[in-house]
Design a protein around this ligand. Structure first.
Ligand SMILES: C[S@@+](CC[C@H](N)C(=O)[O-])C[C@H]1O[C@@H](n2cnc3c(N)ncnc32)[C@H](O)[C@@H]1O
Length: 308
């Protein structure tokens, strides 16, 4: 990866030649007994055949969306909705047998391909919900609504699945401090906050940007906080997570930070190295921006509570 000159406060992760050598033990060329918790560098569709069946607790799939996109020189070309749906089907059908009967499945996409994801996912799994993540970055349109949302479709294999509600409650400032017999009802008097049930509209997660320590040059990197919500809700410590389109390794990094195991596959060598370098850093630093004291705080509210 060619080194770029960056502004002093720019914390974007890059991989030097020395890093590449040091991180190489975290990358493997194909699934094998020792590819657990490593980045498999290769084609996911080929790797599925080598993975054990009925072993995974969570599938997080963030595939190339149906748009023209350059992933490190490998170009994904926009196609018809029907062809995109066929492509989705070609790999979802290979993933399905790898999942445990108690597993959860999340598939990301934009509004254009939502119908295809819903149809394909529902063919193999039980549809539970559609999460909409408001990501404020997005290109303004002259005669349309600016697209500032992505969807994450949530499925399970059966009706028997993990959902750790308490781990993903959102701590919000109390707007209407209701009292019963003079005592606060469901809210903390000292901090004036309440832990609320998380909804399927996520407005508290920013896209990684240059001053954040998790940022890389990957064009469609997901935020660690987003993965933390999904992993904490749908897995338990020690569970096994599959990410077939690992990119810069966000799922793998968050799985590691939260004590879960993973199998992550990425076809681009440079992105595999980025993921490997992030895994090295996660050995020493388990923090996840936006998750503090084991709680997801409403935006800007953590600082206000500390002030008090
Ligand atoms: C939307 S990005 C995933 C980003 C990732 N969630 C992150 O946080 O960085 C999709 C990734 O899939 C990779 N990819 C595309 N086709 C693939 C394939 N057949 N097997 C493995 N990886 C593939 C691309 O190189 C790209 O990095």
């Amino acid at each position: 990866m060619a080194a770029k000159t960056r502004a002093p406060r720019n914390r974007t992760i890059s991989v030097s030649k020395t890093d590449a050598i040091e991180c190489s033990s975290r990358i493997t060329n194909g699934p094998s007994a020792n590819s657990l918790n490593k980045i498999i560098c290769g084609d996911a569709l080929a790797a599925f055949a080598e993975l054990p069946t009925a072993r995974f607790d969570l599938l997080f799939a963030d595939p190339p969306y149906n748009m023209n996109k350059d992933f490190g020189g490998s170009k994904f070309k926009q196609t018809s909705l029907e062809q995109y749906q066929n492509w989705l089907d070609s790999w979802v059908k290979l993933c399905a047998p790898l999942m445990k009967n108690t597993a959860s499945v999340y598939i990301c996409g934009d509004w254009r391909s939502g119908s295809a994801i819903q149809r394909v996912g529902s063919k193999y799994f039980k549809l539970r919900n559609r999460i909409t993540w408001e990501r404020e970055k997005g290109r303004g349109a002259k005669a349309n609504w600016k697209n500032a949302a992505e969807d994450i479709w949530f499925f399970t294999v059966s009706d028997d699945f993990t959902f750790n509600l308490d781990a993903v409650k959102q701590r919000r400032r109390v707007i209407a401090p209701y009292r019963e017999n003079g005592k606060p009802k469901d809210w903390d008097e000292a901090g004036k906050f309440r832990d609320t049930h998380p909804s399927n509209i996520w407005t508290d997660i920013t896209v990684p940007f240059w001053s954040m320590p998790e940022n890389t040059d990957h064009p469609t990197q997901k935020p660690e906080k987003l993965l933390a919500k999904i992993i904490l809700a749908s897995t338990n410590p020690g569970d096994l997570i599959l990410d077939p389109f690992a990119g810069s390794g966000t799922t793998a990094v968050v799985a590691k930070k939260l004590g879960r195991n993973f199998v992550a596959i990425e076809s681009d060598q440079n992105y595999c190295l980025l993921a490997a370098k992030r895994l090295e850093t996660a050995d020493a630093d388990k923090s996840i921006q936006g998750l503090s004291d084991g709680v997801f705080w409403e935006r800007n509210s953590r600082a206000k509570v500390s002030e008090k």
